[in-house]
Design a binder for this molecule. Structure first.
Ligand code: HEM
Length: 197
């Protein structure tokens, strides 16, 4: 349920700290990387839970995801849209300790490997790399959009991953709510505009 708190904080930051985040994005990426390394090193400590259990990463990704489903006329969409790149980069950085932790456990036989998580994480890598402006500028917009469309497969895999791996019933209710909301909003948008993007 900590995801609800994270989503609220990320929404407030998008509303009130938007220019600050964009201005200092590189510093924020470095800070997120350092915190993720620390979380991985101290992964047995409760303080690392938001990173190691994937809650923080999922919160960032959910904002990125829902942005594409919100109607263009809403202010919140504009605010989220201008931070979409930053949130997806930070999301990838902070989900990495989770992915590493459970991949290691899957490979050393501590638990079975969670393939839906693994594949969704692997698919995120090209999206993460091409999120950086310098790399994006080197490719045509057609190629870039084609790579980004893998996001829909990632969302589906993530949904299955969460449904199979929730640790508390209330988390399952939350995941169902969040993903059904996304699906409903996306369908309404598609019916209105005829476009997926
Ligand atoms: C290599 C990639 C991944 C692996 C091996 C993996 C593995 C796992 C495993 C084993 C669990 C169950 C943990 C437990 O029982 O305590 C889990 C839970 C979770 N995963 Fe992943 N995962 C991966 C990628 C992802 C990604 C990309 C996201 C989100 C962006 C994510 C979000 C979550 C969340 C939020 C939970 C917690 C569910 C809950 O406690 O309600 N995972 N993952």
């Amino acid at each position: 349920m900590i995801i609800v708190l994270f989503l609220a904080i990320l929404t407030l930051l998008a509303l009130y700290a938007n220019p600050f985040i964009r201005k200092h994005n590189t510093k924020i990426y470095i800070a997120a990387t350092l915190l993720s390394i620390l979380a991985f090193i101290f992964r047995a400590q409760p303080i690392a839970t938001p990173f190691i259990q994937g809650f923080l990463g999922l919160s960032f990704f959910y904002i990125v995801m829902i942005t594409g489903a919100i109607d263009k006329k809403h202010l919140i969409r504009t605010k989220f849209m201008t931070l979409r790149r930053e949130y997806s980069i930070i999301g990838f950085i902070v989900i990495t300790p989770h992915a590493l932790n459970y991949t290691i456990q899957g490979l050393d036989g501590t638990r079975s490997l969670e393939w839906f998580g693994v594949i969704s994480f692997l698919l995120m890598i090209p999206l993460f790399v091409t999120s950086f402006i310098k790399i994006r500028k080197k490719m045509s917009s057609k190629t870039w959009y084609r790579i980004q469309s893998a996001a829909y497969i990632i969302y589906l895999l993530l949904f299955i991953h969460l449904i199979l791996n929730f640790t508390q019933p209330i988390n399952l209710v939350l995941y169902l709510f969040l993903f059904i909301l996304y699906f409903v909003l996306k369908t309404i948008k598609f019916v209105k505009t005829g476009k997926l993007r």
